[in-house]
Design a protein around this ligand. Sequence first.
Ligand SMILES: [Zn+2]
Length: 377
Amino acid sequence: MRRRKKKKQNPLVAIALSVVLLALSVLLFLLMRAVLSGKEIKTESCKPNAAGEIAVMTPAPTLLDLYAYFDWTETTTIRVYDHRADKLVDMDLEEYIVGVVSAEMPAYYEFEALKAQAVASRTYTLYSMAHGGCHTNPDADVCTNSKCCQAFSTHERMQNAWKNDYADNYNRVAQAVMGTAGEVLVYDGKLCDALYHACSGGQTENSENVYANALPYLRGVDSPYEDPMREEDVSFGTDALVELIAAKYPESGINGNNVRDGIAIEKAYESGRVETLRLGKTTITGKQARNLFGLRSTMFTVDWTGTGIVFHTKGFGHGVGLSQNGANGMAKHGSDYREILLHYYTGVSIASYGADGITEHTDAAPQNTDNPFVPEG
Ligand SMILES: [Zn+2]
């Protein structure tokens, strides 16, 4: 992990620096004037022209503006491996988190849900870095491959995905990140492995039922406001089903004659997620079944039709930690990001991460309650 702080400059560049600082002060003054006048700060360049095209899209306010507003002078540089461009990029931690939240949660989600995601993603990042960094790229703290670390959007990808909404969406996500800058989740004074997933289907899962370790803050909890539940039916004709099982698990002895009696859910967890599924003479885990049949989650039931099998699934993802969909539901029902995080991560505290290490918050009062950047709706 690399940290950088403001350094004293060489006297030879002091004059040039003064000029730059003066220019920045003017910019900051203009920014603050715009803030105080209640106007949303926008660049004209992001407006479509008469033909509806967008020439140059500049997000506003910039992270520099936000850093200035929040008086955030502490910065942490992390080394990110961009797996699409195949290159290492050094970037500010908070800037990286903006790219992660943009990729991991829909920008239209409730603002408090975006803030909860920002804290979870920041904690997940710092926890990973403290445990050896990216596992597939030893030179990087994190990578942009969601199968390894967390998904990440560059500005180019945000522009392609959001098109005319780019500036507004960028604003919204950047404000959620900067409104929680430096905030992390801790348990017993240590960073948490802040896992999260898209949708729990109504109940999250104990970590040991999905991963190796039972962590005290990753307990299954009710997730009452999941809407929709991301339900999906996945069907296979009998022949295709037998072929799929026989290719991966030939020891099961499954064939066209015994398949109907050969498949059954053996054990399920309290949450309703499948623990084990019997396939003829063998037994596989719910996770293996999810992979084999391409299911959204291990929360499924099985039905036979005249022509084959149907897996009815609920939820999306591993089910451990924060449910993004549930977080959005809680926010719609009036919870702020702290309430959301304390609900999904059992017994954690919210702390500040900085050069001095981790400082646990003793008061529950949210920071930046006068945040003028909080978007409406
Ligand atoms: Zn990685």
